[in-house]
Write a protein that binds this ligand. Structure first.
Ligand SMILES: CC(C)(COP(=O)(O)OP(=O)(O)OC[C@H]1O[C@@H](n2cnc3c(N)ncnc32)[C@H](O)[C@@H]1OP(=O)(O)O)[C@@H](O)C(=O)NCCC(=O)NCCS
Length: 148
């Protein structure tokens, strides 16, 4: 579907972020403490996406570091996937980072995560490196970047 809304989330939305992230990532969840840090760390922004503000269906967390930006996490609830909400959230991060003067957006992704890799490649991300056995379960990470 098109016409997704994306809006900034604040500390008062912590419970929603914890739920969205846990349901998106399962045993790879960051956990409540790290997620709470996303709301109070300078340069870090949390975005929610969905049809109505009362019921967010996805989120993105990104960091702006002067001329560079980093996508720290992105997730969509399983039942809302494949309807371009991930693309809408990523598009919003790219737009905000560009507006703040970032020239490149970086991210790290599990090399075997087909859905995420497809989403990133479609938005112009290219592989710039990798880390073997980066994740707890032994899978490799790819580092990707797009010029803004
Ligand atoms: C990655 C994720 C955020 C994508 O969200 P989404 O809303 O389903 O993404 P979109 O619908 O915008 O899909 C983007 C593209 O990826 C493709 N895609 C989606 N699932 C796919 C799959 N399983 N295999 C291959 N491509 C896939 C879609 O086809 C789409 O391309 P298209 O428009 O050409 O069809 C979602 O799958 C998710 O939350 N996964 C679990 C958490 C996660 O892995 N996050 C990323 C960590 S780096």
């Amino acid at each position: 579907m098109t016409g997704w809304m994306v809006w900034p989330a604040a500390l008062g939305d912590k419970a929603d972020l914890v739920r969205l992230e846990q349901q998106s990532f399962g045993d790879r969840s960051w956990g409540e403490k790290s997620l709470e840090g996303s709301f109070v760390t300078p340069g870090v922004t949390v975005l929610f996406g969905g049809k109505i503000k009362e019921a967010p269906l996805g989120f993105a967390i990104w960091r702006n570091i002067s001329s560079e930006a980093e996508l720290l996490s992105i997730g969509v609830l399983p039942h809302a996937r494949n309807e371009a909400l991930g693309a809408a959230l990523l598009g919003a991060v790219i737009a905000e980072a560009t507006q703040l003067g970032a020239q490149k957006l970086f991210l790290e992704v599990d090399a075997g995560n087909k859905a995420a890799c497809a989403l990133y490649r479609k938005r112009g991300f290219e592989e710039i490196g990798g880390r073997r056995a980066y994740y707890r379960d032994g899978s490799d990470a790819l580092t990707m970047a797009v010029k803004l």
